[in-house]
Design a protein around this ligand. Structure first.
Ligand SMILES: N[C@@H](CCC(=O)N[C@@H](CS)C(=O)NCC(=O)O)C(=O)O
Length: 216
């Protein structure tokens, strides 16, 4: 196991979730080190000074410290689900997710830290992105078309967070197609596997084998 690439990860982080989804789909084994963001291990900071998760350290020492690049690395090894898809349209969608949607989502989620506007205002701004997804998903099963792709995997962890801020509101919100799409991802075997709980990695400890062998 010590020869495997090392993945620094945090269970609930949407960026880390999308990276683990791709690693799990690709079936490329890594040594997962669960990180506490409040107490980041020195080895993570040494590997990548910005010290965000996910960070993947390859056996040859190369460091990949952007979640989308981790997804691409995993799918380049193996893409049994046919998730690779980099059309300009879905790339734009992912950029919008990681850009304006993520900003509004954070303000909605932590509205008490942004007293300038009401939570409802922040939610409405974030809904602009959700409404775009709704339109798309009313016409097709997945964001990129009839089959699941990298775009779905990249975006759903953030929509999960959005839905989780006020689940009661979400259940009645005018986005039935996004609800359907999100529930399907949350009910998937892949998601259950990537959300397995691991204790925080102890420096010099072994980490855990990921994906575990139970679902393969
Ligand atoms: N652009 C990065 C963003 C990663 C990121 O911001 N992750 C958050 C956790 S969800 C993080 O590590 N934040 C640093 C911190 O909380 O100290 C990526 O796509 O990997």
């Amino acid at each position: 196991m010590s020869d495997l690439p090392v993945l620094y990860s945090f269970r609930r982080c949407p960026y880390a979730i999308r990276a683990r989804m791709a690693i799990c789909a690709a079936g490329v084994p890594v040594q997962l080190r669960e990180v506490l963001l409040k107490d980041k291990p020195a080895a993570l900071i040494e590997a990548s000074a910005k010290a965000t998760v996910p960070v993947l350290v390859l056996a040859d020492g190369r460091v990949i410290d952007e979640s989308l690049a981790v997804i691409d690395w995993a799918l380049q090894q193996h893409d049994p689900e046919g998730w690779v898809d980099t059309t300009a349209e879905t790339e734009a969608l992912i950029s919008q997710c990681d850009g304006s949607f993520k900003d509004w989502l954070d303000q909605y989620k932590y509205a008490d830290r942004y007293p300038g506007q009401s939570p409802g205002y922040y939610r409405e701004q974030a809904e602009l992105f959700i409404a775009g997804l709704e339109q798309r998903l009313a016409q097709q099963q997945y964001l990129g078309g009839a089959t699941a792709t990298r775009a779905d995997v990249a975006v759903f962890p953030f929509v999960r967070q959005f839905a989780g801020v006020d689940p009661g509101w979400w259940q009645g919100a005018p986005y039935p197609e996004v609800r359907r799409w999100l529930s399907d991802w949350l009910a998937s075997q892949a998601f259950t596997r990537v959300m397995a709980k691991y204790p925080a990695w102890q420096p010099e400890g072994p980490g855990v084998l990921f994906p575990d062998s139970s679902g393969s």
